[in-house]
Design a protein around this ligand. Structure first.
Ligand SMILES: [Ca+2]
Ligand SMILES: [Ca+2]
Length: 186
């Protein structure tokens, strides 16, 4: 048999069923389990999540826009632990100022959701007698030392906009990281 024909048969055989294999495979994992170096500037890492603490004092809508410009959302406290972590971070910096979160009841008064992920606000971190929808115009949630006698960060509802006394700093939260691994056979 001529050599060229043998080579052709071998090449064809490689593509025959049962003799092929994936050239590569992919795996997607939550987080960054291998601690790969990732530049998350200007976000700071707090207990596995990434946040930006916006320093300008703005209404809730402008705060949300600023977070979106960073590819993030206003913070959602899905757990009390996350709230406590952020409060501890601010306290450690000596920052007791008020900060917007993504929480609001703009869609249905009295139903408070984290706007960034549509999860119900379930954490028990409201300040005493809050939320009170004072004046019928308080629909956005901020965290702060709500009363003069407050001794810790808590949540309160305030007017989302149109109130010069409700211009606050804000906290943006980056989306959860995923790590994609590609295994290549060569
Ligand atoms: Ca969160
Ligand atoms: Ca209130």
């Amino acid at each position: 048999m001529p050599k060229t024909l043998v080579r052709l048969l071998l090449i064809v055989a490689c593509f025959a069923p049962g003799l092929t294999f994936d050239k590569y495979t992919t795996h997607i994992q939550n987080g960054n389990p291998n601690n790969l170096t990732v530049d998350m500037t200007p976000f700071v890492k707090i207990n596995g999540s990434y946040y930006v603490f916006g320093q300008s004092k703005v209404n809730w809508h402008l705060a949300y826009e600023d977070c979106r410009r960073l590819g993030s959302e206003l913070v959602a406290f899905e757990t009390s632990e996350e709230f406590d972590d952020i409060a501890a971070h601010l306290n450690a910096r000596g920052d007791r100022s008020e900060h917007w979160t993504s929480g609001n009841d703009l869609a249905r008064t009295g139903d408070y959701y984290w706007f960034s992920n549509v999860q119900l606000v379930t954490i028990k971190r409201w300040a005493p007698n809050q939320p009170d929808n004072s004046g019928g115009n308080e629909h956005c949630i901020h965290m702060g030392y709500i009363y003069g006698h407050s001794t810790e960060f808590q949540l309160n509802d305030r007017p989302c906009n149109g109130d010069p006394n409700s211009l606050f700093k804000y906290i943006c939260e980056a989306p959860k990281q995923e790590t994609i691994s590609i295994v290549v056979w060569k």
